[in-house]
Design a binder for this molecule. Structure first.
Ligand code: ADP
Ligand code: MG
Length: 356
């Protein structure tokens, strides 16, 4: 059931400024973790500010549990917020930081103590109650920020790049702790990040945002396997995308062909969108490097420019008539070296097609 809903939100920062959000529609279910993933500047934080009530949209509505909260001020929305910068009070202890929202609400002190102890245990900070933020590691400070947001028992939690100041090795651990806490408390969460791994690990669903619009919302598996636009594809790791002019394509019985010269013979599935310009893409791990020209298409001739060992896979950059192409190939194949002439081939079912 939808708990948080954004309806056609248009927002900007000044009367004469351009729109930053251009018709955002988004639905988050009760207890769901939705990641808002997109490049810096695309409007992710602004979307959170609209949900929290710090930015009033020019047009559109925010609904929480079916109720229009657009005119309601931030402090009446019962939303917990965690920022990248933690925003802890340096002169207050861990206990005081976490208690802050409850003190503002004038709860009796016995009740505050009980609640603070409860969330301190939940986020794994027991024993650190009397420390000051400067005495804590980045990960511990982020846990304090999380505990402070949880203390007010929010129905909705907004997290804005909460992992970006955390050591990469600790990130995974903190992420799974965060996920299990949100799930245990059945909190509806919007988690903003520009990091694909971050989004894929924590989210039930991911919304991909580009320049003030949402391009696709899906579960991680669907986004990975069926990106709908070139932008989404590139964001989920389809490193090779190509533009095609439909006029160049020839329709054969089983597939479409695109022959550029005797070095490049591409085959594409028949359901290519029949727009004048279309795009196709292929993941680096779906391309196969061979040393001899294959006896039948598809093939793309190229020269190895870069080779980098990355563990199980090695990463190759190959110069081809279509531009440079990235291939991830099992590292145990050892006889491919910089400067070698090679051919790339693939299975037609690994081709992804996009109309924009
Ligand atoms: P993201 O969080 O995805 O990096 P933001 O929502 O912070 O993006 O910003 C989107 C756009 O709005 C950017 O072009 C940014 O410069 C502009 N912007 C953000 N905050 C303000 C502000 N307080 N005043 C004016 N412009 C802003
Ligand atoms: Mg931001």
């Amino acid at each position: 059931m939808t708990y948080l809903k954004l309806e056609n939100i248009w927002a900007k920062y000044g009367k004469h400024e351009p729109f930053v959000l251009k018709g955002i529609d988004l639905e988050v279910k009760k207890g769901e973790i939705l990641a808002l993933l997109g490049p810096s500047g695309c409007g992710k934080s602004t979307t959170l500010k609209v949900i929290a009530g710090f930015v009033t949209p020019v047009k559109g509505r925010v609904l929480i549990d079916g109720k229009d909260v657009t005119p309601i001020p931030p402090n009446k929305r019962n939303i917990g917020i965690v920022f990248q910068s933690y925003a802890l009070f340096p002169h207050m202890t861990v206990f005081q930081n976490i208690a802050y929202g409850l003190v503002l609400r004038r709860l009796p002190s016995a009740q505050i103590k009980k609640k603070v102890r409860e969330v301190i245990e939940l986020v794994g900070l027991t024993g650190l109650e009397n420390k000051y933020p400067r005495e804590l590691s980045g990960g511990q400070q982020q846990r304090v920020a999380l505990a402070r947001a949880l203390a007010i028992e929010p129905k909705i939690m907004l997290l804005d790049e909460p992992m970006s100041n955390i050591d990469p090795i600790l990130r995974s651990r903190l992420r799974s702790d965060l996920k299990s806490i949100l799930k245990r408390l059945n909190i509806t969460a919007v988690y903003v990040t520009h990091d694909r791994d971050d989004a894929f690990e924590i989210a039930d669903r991911i919304a991909i945002m580009n320049d003030g619009v949402i391009e696709q919302v899906d579960i991680p598996e669907e986004l990975f396997n069926k990106p709908k636009t070139k932008f989404v594809a590139e964001f989920v790791g389809v490193e090779n995308t190509f533009k095609i002019d439909y006029a160049q394509v020839e329709e054969l019985e089983k597939y479409l062909s695109l022959v550029i010269n005797d070095e490049v013979y591409i085959v594409l599935p028949k359901y290519l969108p029949k727009s004048k310009i279309a795009y196709f893409g292929i993941r680096p791990e779906k391309l196969i490097i061979v040393k001899e020209k294959p006896s039948k298409p598809p093939y793309i001739k190229g020269k190895i420019l870069v080779k980098a060992f990355k563990g199980v896979l090695s990463r190759y950059v190959i110069e081809t008539p279509l531009g440079s192409i990235v291939v991830h190939s099992p590292s145990r194949i050892r006889n491919i070296n910089i400067g070698d002439t090679v051919y790339l081939t693939y299975n037609i079912e690994d081709i992804l097609l996009f109309s924009k």
